[in-house]
Design a protein around this ligand. Structure first.
Ligand code: NDP
Ligand code: 8X3
Length: 259
């Protein structure tokens, strides 16, 4: 059966849909005929996506603008959604800074932990509750190679992605015996707004991360998320690690003058 046949008319909640991997997932799931619930803080972007994706694909798109770090806002949005959520893509996340542990700003640590770990957990808490009631659903967490291998300058970002890895494994076990699937997709370098956010808007520093190599693009990752979600109901992909061909570890990145 085609992936699109399995995803058509499903309701897919994507956190962090205003940019990068989340936006690419929204576009690809929409093209597969799924209805969308899109979240993020930038409401103007959500509104534009809502219009474009619903008109282009003839699907329903609902938007909820809130800061995922705000537990009450999260709970209020999630409990007001009237559709059963078939697929949850926990994508919202960020890195802040690359300073070593002895020099980093603890406020950045709070931002990363509150977003990547606590935000993801809050959303999972309320969505998994309704999935268990229906005994169906699929939770897909966007992890990272940084959740499999820590690197210098990523002390807390890596810790949050190791946490996502642990949360994925434990969630699968918490939901053991149900029909709910739990997966992670863990990419290496993907050129999105990620590095611009990490370097506080410094576009030159962000561009330097990918200079001299061909990174993944958001669509590369979204294709994998779509594949993971589009398996038959009895197939649960636990994790997929995907890197550009010229990345062999967090710090082994082959660069040339040509790219
Ligand atoms: P982008 O910066 O392009 O997108 C991040 C998304 O997260 C945006 O939609 C943003 O929405 C949302 N977000 C961030 N903070 C919050 C918040 N407090 N509340 C609500 N939404 C928030 O980066 P990517 O697409 O690259 O990142 C997506 C995920 O992929 C992240 O979890 C990241 O860790 C992971 N990842 C990225 C890799 C990369 O190299 N790019 C590699 C491996 C994993 P808004 O600002 O509108 O709130
Ligand atoms: C983002 C990829 O290598 O910048 O998770 O940590 S990396």
């Amino acid at each position: 059966m085609m992936i699109a046949n399995r995803l058509k008319d499903k309701w897919v909640l994507i956190t962090g849909a205003t940019s990068g991997i989340g936006k690419a997932c929204a576009e690809q799931f929409a093209a597969a005929g799924a209805n969308l619930i899109l979240t993020g803080r930038r409401e103007d972007r959500l509104k534009k996506l809502q219009i474009t994706l619903s008109q282009t694909n003839g699907i329903e798109v609902e938007i909820y603008s809130f800061d995922i770090r705000d537990c009450e806002a999260c709970k209020s949005a999630l409990t007001s959604i009237s559709h059963p959520i078939d697929i949850l893509i926990n994508n919202a996340g960020l890195a802040a800074g690359t300073d070593p542990v002895d020099q980093a700003d603890p406020d950045d640590w709070d931002t990363m932990i509150d977003t990547n770990v606590k935000g993801l957990l809050t959303v999972t808490r309320y969505v998994s509750e309704q999935m268990r009631e229906r005994n169906s659903g699929h939770i897909i967490n966007i992890g990272s190679t940084a959740g499999h291998e820590a690197y210098a300058g990523g002390v807390v970002y890596c810790a949050t992605k190791f946490a996502v890895n642990a949360i994925t494994q434990a969630t699968k076990k918490d939901l053991h015996g149900t029909n709910i699937r739990v997966s992670a997709v863990s990419p290496g370098l993907v050129e999105t707004e990620f590095s611009e956010v990490r370097f506080d808007g410094d576009k030159d520093k962000a561009a330097a991360v990918y200079k001299g190599m061909k990174p993944l693009v958001a669509d590369d990752v979204a294709e994998i998320v779509l594949f993971v979600a589009g398996r038959p109901d009895h197939v649960n992909i636990l994790d997929t690690i995907v890197v550009p061909v010229h990345q062999s570890s967090a710090t082994m990145v082959h660069k040339s003058n040509k790219e």
